[in-house]
Design a binder for this molecule. Structure first.
Ligand code: SAH
Ligand code: SF4
Length: 411
């Protein structure tokens, strides 16, 4: 359970936890605790590790390997390390999946590579394009597991929303993915693969250096909690950011977290992509209920971690996501409290109309109430766009297509 072992300062702490917390003077420091917590999160992620990136015939998928791992694979088959650089270019810049098309490599070596390796993509189980241009894929991996990826166009650019887990261990009350148990984490190949398959779908290869670029941005906001699958997500994003391949800069990548505080510092230090935080409530009492992870990492700790995030500046604000739930979190008093909480933090607030799903225990706030909420924030100087619902006709809300397919027995 994610809600186990609250560490909120002050009362009320359950009696059973009190003794462990009492000897503060002699006990571990806050840094030690955070490191221990990080280790625990990483160990848990390993339990849900993806299957090896290998075909039934033993061939290995080269997608998702780091540069060093790709070099090691070349050396292991008796080739020179520089081959890795060439292959990297073909895979991530040119988008080739067939060794025979890698023309800087001689035929015999192409054959040797094809005997041992593949350059794979996830299988497209379904693809739907909305009347507003939003495109949604259900991708299927080698073990049959499926996730959703959504492309949201915006003139001559657009964002690909990628998933990091099959299901989610957290159970935010308004989220459909939260009703699906975590099956497993995605591997780096599966995370990069969603973006590459999206590129295939638009024929956007070789990786364009300049605009226009249809798949110009990435939001890590699909199914799952990326900071609970940190290693694979980080590896995938490093591949995506590599300048000799896909080459998306960290400024075009936004990672959304529900608030896994111990991993936020590491994400900042190592990846420093844009950060989005799913806040959704301004009191611990409410956030405990709708984002249960809050019982472990309450609002104050979460906002402190945001303040520590590198590059949090006016030029590079942190995005706070706030799903508008009718009569639950949408009052003007709550908007004013939000301003108080965000004081001193370079922030922007995305107001997201709740995207309903069958059986959901909430309703969407009215447009008028959402605008009143936005007005309060705007008056205080916060940019607070109301997100347009996209792809309603294809149910482009987190977790819905997959659930629909499974209901139909297709899964
Ligand atoms: N697990 C991460 C990223 C995936 S969820 C996180 O929670 O941040 C991406 C965003 O979609 C989050 O802000 C989430 O709160 C929001 N979301 C989930 N279900 C939604 C729904 N039914 N309507 C509107 N937004 C939703
Ligand atoms: Fe998981 Fe994010 Fe959905 Fe919460 S909102 S259940 S963290 S995917």
């Amino acid at each position: 359970m994610p809600g186990r072992g609250p560490r909120r300062p002050g009362p009320p702490v359950s009696a059973s936890l009190a003794p462990a917390q009492a000897p503060l003077a002699a006990g571990p420091s806050a840094d030690d605790l955070t490191a221990a917590e990080r280790d625990r999160i990483l160990a848990k992620a390993a339990i849900f590790a993806p299957p090896p990136a290998q075909l039934a015939d033993g061939r290995r998928d080269l997608v998702g390997l780091s540069r060093d791992e790709l070099i090691a694979e070349m050396v292991a088959i008796g080739e020179k390390p520089f081959r890795a650089k060439q292959i990297w270019h073909w895979i991530y810049h040119q988008g080739k999946t067939d060794f025979a098309e890698m023309t800087t490599i001689a035929k015999p070596m192409q054959q040797k590579l094809a005997e041992r390796f593949v350059v794979a993509r996830p299988e497209v189980a379904t693809v739907q394009t909305s009347t507003d241009g939003t495109r949604k894929w259900l991708f299927k991996f080698r073990d049959g597991q499926q996730v959703e990826t959504v492309y949201i166009p915006d003139d001559e650019r657009g964002a690909v929303c990628i998933s990091t887990q099959v299901g989610c261990t957290l159970s935010c009350r308004f989220c459909h993915t939260g009703t699906q148990r975590l099956t497993r984490n995605l591997g780096a190949a599966e995370i990069v693969g969603q973006f590459m398959a999206g590129r295939d779908s638009y024929g956007e290869w070789p990786s364009p250096k300049d605009e226009p670029r249809y798949l110009s941005n990435i939001v890590v906001m699909g199914m799952g909690e990326p900071l609970y699958n940190y290693e694979n997500t980080a590896k995938a994003l490093r591949i995506i950011m590599d300048g000799e391949g896909i080459g998306l800069s960290r400024r075009r990548i936004t990672l959304s977290t529900s608030g896994v505080v111990p991993m936020m510092d590491r994400c900042g230090a190592e990846l420093n992509v844009n950060l989005a935080v799913s806040l959704h409530a301004v009191t611990d009492e409410l956030r405990d209920r709708i984002v249960p992870l809050n019982r472990k990492y309450p609002i104050k700790e979460l906002l402190d971690a945001c303040r520590r995030y590198p590059g949090a500046s006016n030029a590079r604000r942190i995005t706070f996501e706030y799903v508008m739930l009718k009569d639950v979190n949408d009052s003007e008093a709550e908007a004013r409290e939000l301003i108080r909480l965000l004081q001193g933090l370079p922030a922007k607030v995305n107001l997201i109309p709740f995207n309903p799903w069958p059986g959901a225990p909430f309703e969407t706030s009215t447009r008028a109430q959402t605008e009143r909420f936005a007005d309060v924030l705007n008056a205080a100087g916060y940019s607070s766009p109301i997100r347009r619902p996209r792809g309603r006709d294809i149910m482009a809300a987190c977790g819905q297509l997959k659930a629909e397919m499974e209901k139909g027995g297709e899964g």
